[in-house]
Design a binder for this molecule. Sequence first.
Ligand SMILES: Cc1ncc(COP(=O)(O)O)c(C=O)c1O
Length: 421
Amino acid sequence: MRKYVKYSTDELMECVDVFNVSAETQQKIRSLLESEKKAPDAGNFFKYYNDKSKVVKFEETIKNKMGIEHVLAVNSGTSALIAAMVAAGIGPGDEVIIPAYTFFASASAVVVARAIPVITEVDETLTLDPAAIEKNITKKTKAILPVHMLGLPSKMDEIRAIAAKYKLKVIEDTAQAFGGKYKGKYLGTIGDIGCVSLDAYKVIGTGEGGLVMTNDEWAYTRAQSWHDAAACWRPDRYAKERKTGELFCGENYRMPELCAAVGIAQLKKLDWINDCTRSVWKQLRAEIKLPSCAKFVEANDEDGVCGYTLGILFETTEQAVKAIEAKIGLGGLAAKDTKGVRDWHVYWNWEHILEQKSATSEGCPFKCQHVGKAQKYSVDMCPKTKDIMRRLATIGISPAQDEEWASEMASKITKELNKLF
Ligand SMILES: Cc1ncc(COP(=O)(O)O)c(C=O)c1O
């Protein structure tokens, strides 16, 4: 027999290297790993057939924290959205209402599920406009996908009422708002299914990762089947009766154990992060004295925002650009006619959707035989959203920024804006 270990100390040290620690610390960790007899052959890096699965622990912890019955950890926010579409039975010929202001993954998830995204206006809260939703509902509509952009809760009461009236599913894109709330309930737990992204730029991150959250056992079962092609045969499933609609070919969106381990640790500071940024967000709103041509973006629930971005709406694009270009701490790509670096979050830059591009020449799903009236997309289809986004400037807030930082920032921005306007 040859000597073989699955994960040697050298290989595990590659994982430690991800954290950019000094050579001295690396040496200490190496010694510790080597001193543990089992360490070189440590761990089963797989969710199933594993009593100590980090993915299972991560899912259980989130279930308890969010007060939701089912949580499925996946490998990205995009995967979570696609799995949610499949879970909700959305497919060829169906239409899904999405906001005109969102990262285009919300739109592409619908397309990957072979359904049609219906791009819909947002209002000045930067989230779906309920009046515009109703105008876009057709016989083909299956779901509404509110996106809690920049950690700002969507109008969930109104959206749920519309969904109930037309018997539609609500799938919340909570990629940018994990831990945020609407009227005391965690975002992503209010609709039928909630999707979270845990990529490197989100409230907490696992490097790459995502979550599907639901109280609907059937939706969970179908999401599970889709996220793991072999789900029907896993230990927790095979002994049970398989129902019609549970067995179908899926993908592999399973969250890796290493990502879940990071997630368990990150989760402990989720509320702390949101509390810090929310309190600075509120302080800046209270202390910045805006000129008469500007106002703050109103939130649908001030106490539930994640608070890492404060929006300011100017009366005109020119004013927003002037404020951004003065370099006083305000950002905002959509306001500017940028070449190269475009704001991927505004619909008029989603070339592949607007031009109905597909991976194959048949043009599915846009030209699918099941599609009703063909969608007409154009850069000007949502004039209200375009106008709002072109007047928006933002202040980014990190959990490291405290009360003192907020006071200094507020007086600087007040002074500079009042000089400019
Ligand atoms: C609103 C929104 N939805 C979906 C996603 C996709 O998440 P992921 O990058 O984890 O696939 C993102 C990521 O930026 C997002 O901002």
